[in-house]
Design a protein around this ligand. Structure first.
Ligand code: C2E
Ligand code: MG
Ligand code: MG
Length: 273
Protein backbone atom coordinates (compact mmCIF):
# COMPACT_ATOMS: atom_id res chain seq x y z
CA UNK A 1 0.00 0.00 0.00
CA UNK A 2 2.73 2.37 1.05
CA UNK A 3 4.92 1.36 -1.87
CA UNK A 4 2.07 2.02 -4.25
CA UNK A 5 1.48 5.45 -2.74
CA UNK A 6 5.15 6.29 -3.16
CA UNK A 7 5.05 4.96 -6.73
CA UNK A 8 2.06 7.13 -7.61
CA UNK A 9 3.67 10.17 -6.12
CA UNK A 10 6.89 9.67 -8.07
CA UNK A 11 5.09 9.15 -11.35
CA UNK A 12 3.11 12.35 -10.93
CA UNK A 13 6.12 14.41 -9.93
CA UNK A 14 8.12 12.90 -12.77
CA UNK A 15 5.42 13.94 -15.24
CA UNK A 16 5.26 17.46 -13.94
CA UNK A 17 9.06 17.63 -13.99
CA UNK A 18 9.07 16.49 -17.61
CA UNK A 19 6.41 19.01 -18.53
CA UNK A 20 8.35 21.84 -16.94
CA UNK A 21 11.58 20.69 -18.55
CA UNK A 22 9.82 20.42 -21.92
CA UNK A 23 8.33 23.92 -21.64
CA UNK A 24 11.73 25.45 -20.95
CA UNK A 25 13.31 23.44 -23.78
CA UNK A 26 10.57 24.45 -26.25
CA UNK A 27 10.51 28.12 -25.34
CA UNK A 28 13.54 28.96 -27.48
CA UNK A 29 11.69 27.64 -30.54
CA UNK A 30 8.59 29.54 -29.52
CA UNK A 31 10.59 32.78 -29.55
CA UNK A 32 11.69 32.09 -33.11
CA UNK A 33 8.38 30.85 -34.48
CA UNK A 34 6.00 33.63 -35.38
CA UNK A 35 2.78 31.81 -34.59
CA UNK A 36 3.30 30.52 -31.04
CA UNK A 37 3.68 33.60 -28.83
CA UNK A 38 1.40 36.60 -29.00
CA UNK A 39 0.24 39.46 -26.82
CA UNK A 40 -3.26 40.15 -25.62
CA UNK A 41 -4.30 43.58 -24.32
CA UNK A 42 -6.52 44.44 -21.38
CA UNK A 43 -7.84 48.01 -21.11
CA UNK A 44 -7.17 50.29 -18.14
CA UNK A 45 -9.78 52.94 -17.37
CA UNK A 46 -9.46 56.32 -15.68
CA UNK A 47 -11.98 56.46 -12.85
CA UNK A 48 -12.71 60.19 -13.07
CA UNK A 49 -12.96 60.73 -16.84
CA UNK A 50 -14.22 57.20 -17.54
CA UNK A 51 -11.83 57.06 -20.49
CA UNK A 52 -9.55 54.26 -21.59
CA UNK A 53 -6.01 55.50 -21.17
CA UNK A 54 -3.94 52.38 -21.38
CA UNK A 55 -3.73 48.65 -21.75
CA UNK A 56 -1.73 45.89 -20.12
CA UNK A 57 0.07 43.59 -22.54
CA UNK A 58 -0.13 39.96 -21.41
CA UNK A 59 1.74 37.14 -23.12
CA UNK A 60 0.06 34.02 -24.49
CA UNK A 61 1.68 30.81 -25.72
CA UNK A 62 -0.01 28.52 -28.19
CA UNK A 63 2.26 25.47 -27.88
CA UNK A 64 2.38 23.22 -30.98
CA UNK A 65 1.41 20.04 -29.10
CA UNK A 66 0.17 21.16 -25.67
CA UNK A 67 -2.09 23.95 -26.95
CA UNK A 68 -2.62 27.05 -24.81
CA UNK A 69 -0.20 27.17 -21.88
CA UNK A 70 -1.03 29.72 -19.18
CA UNK A 71 1.51 32.45 -18.41
CA UNK A 72 1.00 31.55 -14.76
CA UNK A 73 2.63 28.23 -15.63
CA UNK A 74 5.42 29.12 -18.04
CA UNK A 75 6.45 32.67 -17.07
CA UNK A 76 7.72 31.73 -13.57
CA UNK A 77 9.67 28.81 -15.10
CA UNK A 78 11.29 30.94 -17.80
CA UNK A 79 12.02 33.72 -15.33
CA UNK A 80 14.32 31.38 -13.44
CA UNK A 81 16.44 30.72 -16.55
CA UNK A 82 18.62 32.98 -18.75
CA UNK A 83 15.67 33.04 -21.18
CA UNK A 84 14.06 35.67 -18.91
CA UNK A 85 15.98 38.23 -20.94
CA UNK A 86 14.63 36.95 -24.28
CA UNK A 87 11.08 36.66 -22.95
CA UNK A 88 10.93 40.28 -21.80
CA UNK A 89 12.80 41.54 -24.84
CA UNK A 90 10.23 39.83 -27.07
CA UNK A 91 7.33 41.34 -25.10
CA UNK A 92 8.82 44.84 -25.09
CA UNK A 93 9.64 44.85 -28.82
CA UNK A 94 6.13 43.70 -29.68
CA UNK A 95 4.46 46.10 -27.26
CA UNK A 96 6.50 49.04 -28.61
CA UNK A 97 5.60 48.10 -32.19
CA UNK A 98 1.93 47.91 -31.21
CA UNK A 99 2.00 51.22 -29.34
CA UNK A 100 3.54 52.89 -32.41
CA UNK A 101 0.92 51.38 -34.73
CA UNK A 102 -1.96 52.47 -32.50
CA UNK A 103 -0.49 55.93 -32.22
CA UNK A 104 -0.43 56.20 -36.02
CA UNK A 105 -4.11 55.29 -35.95
CA UNK A 106 -4.75 58.09 -33.47
CA UNK A 107 -4.95 56.02 -30.27
CA UNK A 108 -2.45 57.25 -27.71
CA UNK A 109 -2.63 54.37 -25.28
CA UNK A 110 0.07 53.68 -22.76
CA UNK A 111 0.98 49.99 -22.88
CA UNK A 112 2.10 48.33 -19.66
CA UNK A 113 4.44 45.36 -19.81
CA UNK A 114 5.32 42.96 -17.03
CA UNK A 115 8.99 42.50 -16.37
CA UNK A 116 10.91 40.13 -14.09
CA UNK A 117 13.37 40.85 -11.29
CA UNK A 118 16.04 39.16 -13.45
CA UNK A 119 15.59 41.84 -16.13
CA UNK A 120 16.86 44.49 -13.73
CA UNK A 121 20.11 42.55 -13.52
CA UNK A 122 20.69 43.09 -17.27
CA UNK A 123 23.30 45.75 -17.57
CA UNK A 124 21.74 47.53 -20.54
CA UNK A 125 18.06 46.88 -19.81
CA UNK A 126 16.98 50.50 -19.48
CA UNK A 127 19.13 51.72 -22.40
CA UNK A 128 17.72 49.01 -24.65
CA UNK A 129 14.17 50.06 -23.83
CA UNK A 130 15.00 53.71 -24.52
CA UNK A 131 16.53 52.64 -27.83
CA UNK A 132 13.38 50.73 -28.88
CA UNK A 133 11.19 53.72 -28.01
CA UNK A 134 13.39 56.12 -29.94
CA UNK A 135 13.52 53.81 -32.95
CA UNK A 136 9.72 53.69 -32.97
CA UNK A 137 9.46 57.47 -32.55
CA UNK A 138 7.60 57.08 -29.25
CA UNK A 139 7.60 59.23 -26.13
CA UNK A 140 9.05 57.70 -22.99
CA UNK A 141 5.67 57.43 -21.35
CA UNK A 142 4.32 55.24 -24.18
CA UNK A 143 5.34 52.15 -22.24
CA UNK A 144 5.03 51.47 -18.53
CA UNK A 145 6.96 48.73 -16.73
CA UNK A 146 5.19 46.58 -14.14
CA UNK A 147 7.30 44.89 -11.49
CA UNK A 148 5.87 42.79 -8.68
CA UNK A 149 6.39 43.82 -5.10
CA UNK A 150 8.48 40.72 -4.42
CA UNK A 151 10.82 41.39 -7.33
CA UNK A 152 11.41 44.93 -6.07
CA UNK A 153 12.47 43.66 -2.66
CA UNK A 154 15.71 41.91 -3.67
CA UNK A 155 16.98 45.14 -5.03
CA UNK A 156 20.78 44.85 -5.39
CA UNK A 157 23.25 47.34 -6.85
CA UNK A 158 22.74 46.34 -10.49
CA UNK A 159 18.96 46.52 -10.06
CA UNK A 160 19.19 49.91 -8.32
CA UNK A 161 21.14 51.27 -11.27
CA UNK A 162 18.50 50.13 -13.73
CA UNK A 163 15.72 51.52 -11.53
CA UNK A 164 17.55 54.81 -11.32
CA UNK A 165 17.91 54.94 -15.12
CA UNK A 166 14.21 54.07 -15.53
CA UNK A 167 13.13 56.86 -13.20
CA UNK A 168 15.58 59.52 -14.35
CA UNK A 169 14.79 59.03 -18.03
CA UNK A 170 11.08 59.52 -17.46
CA UNK A 171 9.96 55.91 -17.94
CA UNK A 172 6.94 54.94 -15.91
CA UNK A 173 7.17 52.17 -13.32
CA UNK A 174 4.27 50.41 -11.59
CA UNK A 175 4.32 48.15 -8.54
CA UNK A 176 2.24 45.10 -9.52
CA UNK A 177 0.32 42.73 -7.23
CA UNK A 178 0.55 45.26 -4.40
CA UNK A 179 -0.28 43.83 -0.98
CA UNK A 180 0.72 40.25 -1.68
CA UNK A 181 4.51 40.38 -1.63
CA UNK A 182 5.87 41.34 1.77
CA UNK A 183 4.66 42.57 5.08
CA UNK A 184 7.31 45.27 5.20
CA UNK A 185 6.53 48.49 3.39
CA UNK A 186 10.06 49.84 3.87
CA UNK A 187 10.90 49.30 0.22
CA UNK A 188 8.37 51.97 -0.80
CA UNK A 189 10.86 54.56 0.39
CA UNK A 190 13.39 53.78 -2.34
CA UNK A 191 11.35 52.65 -5.31
CA UNK A 192 10.90 55.28 -8.01
CA UNK A 193 7.45 54.03 -9.02
CA UNK A 194 4.55 56.22 -10.10
CA UNK A 195 1.77 53.65 -9.96
CA UNK A 196 0.62 50.97 -7.52
CA UNK A 197 -1.64 48.15 -8.71
CA UNK A 198 -3.64 46.57 -5.91
CA UNK A 199 -3.73 42.81 -6.36
CA UNK A 200 -6.96 41.26 -7.46
CA UNK A 201 -7.00 38.99 -4.38
CA UNK A 202 -8.18 42.06 -2.41
CA UNK A 203 -10.79 43.03 -4.97
CA UNK A 204 -12.32 39.61 -5.52
CA UNK A 205 -15.55 39.51 -3.49
CA UNK A 206 -14.92 42.94 -1.93
CA UNK A 207 -18.61 43.86 -2.22
CA UNK A 208 -19.49 41.26 0.42
CA UNK A 209 -16.42 41.49 2.58
CA UNK A 210 -16.09 44.31 5.11
CA UNK A 211 -12.50 43.45 6.00
CA UNK A 212 -11.40 43.66 2.36
CA UNK A 213 -13.12 47.03 2.11
CA UNK A 214 -11.19 48.33 5.12
CA UNK A 215 -7.91 47.01 3.74
CA UNK A 216 -8.41 48.38 0.24
CA UNK A 217 -9.54 51.79 1.47
CA UNK A 218 -6.47 51.99 3.71
CA UNK A 219 -4.15 50.86 0.89
CA UNK A 220 -5.58 53.49 -1.44
CA UNK A 221 -5.27 56.40 0.97
CA UNK A 222 -1.80 55.39 2.14
CA UNK A 223 -0.33 54.94 -1.33
CA UNK A 224 -2.01 58.10 -2.65
CA UNK A 225 -0.59 60.10 0.24
CA UNK A 226 2.83 58.77 -0.70
CA UNK A 227 2.25 60.18 -4.18
CA UNK A 228 1.29 57.08 -6.15
CA UNK A 229 -1.51 56.74 -8.62
CA UNK A 230 -3.60 53.69 -7.64
CA UNK A 231 -5.02 51.06 -9.97
CA UNK A 232 -7.35 48.28 -8.81
CA UNK A 233 -7.05 45.03 -10.76
CA UNK A 234 -9.66 42.35 -11.28
CA UNK A 235 -12.89 44.38 -11.16
CA UNK A 236 -15.67 42.02 -12.19
CA UNK A 237 -18.83 43.65 -10.83
CA UNK A 238 -20.58 47.02 -10.85
CA UNK A 239 -20.75 46.86 -7.05
CA UNK A 240 -16.95 46.53 -6.79
CA UNK A 241 -16.55 49.36 -9.32
CA UNK A 242 -18.81 51.65 -7.26
CA UNK A 243 -16.96 50.88 -4.03
CA UNK A 244 -13.57 51.65 -5.59
CA UNK A 245 -14.91 54.86 -7.02
CA UNK A 246 -16.09 55.88 -3.55
CA UNK A 247 -12.68 55.00 -2.12
CA UNK A 248 -11.08 57.41 -4.61
CA UNK A 249 -9.18 54.80 -6.62
CA UNK A 250 -7.58 56.43 -9.71
CA UNK A 251 -7.86 53.66 -12.31
CA UNK A 252 -9.49 50.30 -12.80
CA UNK A 253 -8.84 47.18 -14.84
CA UNK A 254 -10.91 44.03 -14.98
CA UNK A 255 -13.31 41.76 -16.84
CA UNK A 256 -16.16 44.22 -16.16
CA UNK A 257 -14.60 46.66 -18.63
CA UNK A 258 -12.75 44.32 -20.95
CA UNK A 259 -10.98 40.98 -20.93
CA UNK A 260 -7.47 40.61 -22.32
CA UNK A 261 -8.01 40.69 -26.13
CA UNK A 262 -6.00 39.94 -29.25
CA UNK A 263 -4.94 42.97 -31.31
CA UNK A 264 -7.85 42.99 -33.79
CA UNK A 265 -10.46 42.29 -31.14
CA UNK A 266 -9.00 45.03 -28.95
CA UNK A 267 -9.22 47.50 -31.86
CA UNK A 268 -12.86 46.62 -32.49
CA UNK A 269 -13.52 46.96 -28.79
CA UNK A 270 -11.86 50.41 -28.73
CA UNK A 271 -14.10 51.58 -31.56
CA UNK A 272 -17.16 50.62 -29.56
CA UNK A 273 -15.87 52.00 -26.23
P1 C2E B 1 -0.64 40.28 -13.70
O1 C2E B 1 0.46 41.08 -14.31
O2 C2E B 1 -1.09 40.68 -12.34
O3 C2E B 1 -1.84 40.33 -14.74
C1 C2E B 1 -3.19 40.37 -14.39
C2 C2E B 1 -3.84 39.02 -14.53
O4 C2E B 1 -5.16 39.10 -14.04
C3 C2E B 1 -3.96 38.55 -16.00
O5 C2E B 1 -3.85 37.13 -16.02
C4 C2E B 1 -5.40 38.98 -16.33
O6 C2E B 1 -5.97 38.24 -17.38
C5 C2E B 1 -6.10 38.69 -15.01
N1 C2E B 1 -7.31 39.48 -14.84
C6 C2E B 1 -7.53 40.76 -15.21
N2 C2E B 1 -8.76 41.18 -14.88
C7 C2E B 1 -9.37 40.13 -14.27
C8 C2E B 1 -10.67 39.93 -13.69
O7 C2E B 1 -11.53 40.81 -13.68
N3 C2E B 1 -10.91 38.70 -13.13
C9 C2E B 1 -9.99 37.71 -13.14
N4 C2E B 1 -10.31 36.55 -12.57
N5 C2E B 1 -8.75 37.87 -13.68
C10 C2E B 1 -8.44 39.06 -14.24
P2 C2E B 1 -2.89 36.35 -17.02
O8 C2E B 1 -2.90 37.03 -18.36
O9 C2E B 1 -3.23 34.91 -16.93
O10 C2E B 1 -1.46 36.61 -16.42
C11 C2E B 1 -1.12 36.10 -15.18
C12 C2E B 1 0.22 36.61 -14.72
O11 C2E B 1 1.26 36.13 -15.60
C13 C2E B 1 0.34 38.14 -14.77
O12 C2E B 1 -0.24 38.71 -13.64
C14 C2E B 1 1.84 38.30 -14.83
O13 C2E B 1 2.41 38.15 -13.55
C15 C2E B 1 2.26 37.10 -15.68
N6 C2E B 1 2.44 37.56 -17.07
C16 C2E B 1 1.52 37.62 -18.08
N7 C2E B 1 2.07 38.11 -19.21
C17 C2E B 1 3.38 38.36 -18.90
C18 C2E B 1 4.50 38.89 -19.65
O14 C2E B 1 4.39 39.27 -20.82
N8 C2E B 1 5.70 38.97 -18.98
C19 C2E B 1 5.83 38.61 -17.67
N9 C2E B 1 7.05 38.73 -17.10
N10 C2E B 1 4.82 38.13 -16.95
C20 C2E B 1 3.60 38.01 -17.56
MG1 MG C 1 0.76 43.04 -14.44
MG1 MG D 1 -1.13 42.11 -11.04
Amino acid sequence: MNEQAVGWYNEASDQSHQRRFGLIANFTDALQANDELYLVYQPRLDMVSGEYIGAEALIRWNHPTLGAVSPMEFVPLIERTPLARELTDWVIRNAVRQAAQWREQGNELQISVNIAAANLEEENFCDRLLHYLKQAGLQRNAVELELTESSLMNNNKAASEQLHCIASSGLSLAIDDFGTGYSSLAYLQNIPARVVKIDRAFIDGIENNDRKQVLVRAMISMTQELGYRVVAEGIETEAAHRLLKNFGCDEVQGYLFGRPMKQKEFERWLEGA
